[in-house]
Ligand binder design. Sequence first.
Ligand SMILES: C[S@@+](CC[C@H](N)C(=O)[O-])C[C@H]1O[C@@H](n2cnc3c(N)ncnc32)[C@H](O)[C@@H]1O
Length: 251
Amino acid sequence: MLATVDGRELYQVCTEVHQQFFTSEGFGSWFSEGYSTYKSQRKPIQDFNNLAGAIAGSKVLDFGSGRGHLAALIARAGFDCYTTDVMDYRGPEAGALPFRQMASPIDVPYADDMFDSAIVKTVLHHVDEPDLIPLLINLRRVARRLIIEEDTYAVPAASLGAAAGQIELAELNKLTASEQFQTLILIDFFGNSVAQGLVDMNFGFQFKRISEWHSLFDSLGFRIVDTEIAGFRPGNIHKCCQVRFVVDRKE
Ligand SMILES: C[S@@+](CC[C@H](N)C(=O)[O-])C[C@H]1O[C@@H](n2cnc3c(N)ncnc32)[C@H](O)[C@@H]1O
């Protein structure tokens, strides 16, 4: 992978590495089995537990729903759950939920005010920079509340709160901000392209500091209801520092 000369070759090699080491047919069948159980069962339960308490109302959009494991759990918990994504790689358990494929990276293909809450879990850093504000404006159009989870970096020690004792955070904070940013790029690319084989996914690498997200939400007319610095969540395979924002549209 390191020897590739351009993006095209890198994607080819990622596909080969994925097939050889991360699929049930390759050398890595032991990993692949455990990893797919993690992605389809353990991780969605953790995600649901991390997000469900912030859901307001009953009509929920899982924006950038991916395989749809989380959306299936949201629906099973009694919410009226809809899904959308630029790509369609839904798993069978999400097949019965309403899904509309986005026509463009900023399209949110549902009606104004349709949702009480929209979950936007580890999606925004995949959006290209020029698309981010138009997309957030569209999300604000369809939902009164956004529950956003992002991978972040350079969190000031003073704001760590409950995460302050985490050994991983202490180690991460020994790196410069730019090095922390680069680790996020590596983990994001590896986790999606190599481990999951999703080479067609858009990688915007739009990782932001918490203060940058706050300014953006504020400038777009959102009220920040909660910022939870979760840090390194126990049990996550892809290790990065996470933050959950709950923002409401100012009426
Ligand atoms: C890292 S995956 C997260 C999937 C799911 N939310 C989860 O947590 O399992 C990012 C998802 O955002 C989707 N997505 C939605 N809108 C996007 C956009 N404008 N640009 C890039 N990716 C977008 C991707 O297709 C992908 O399914």
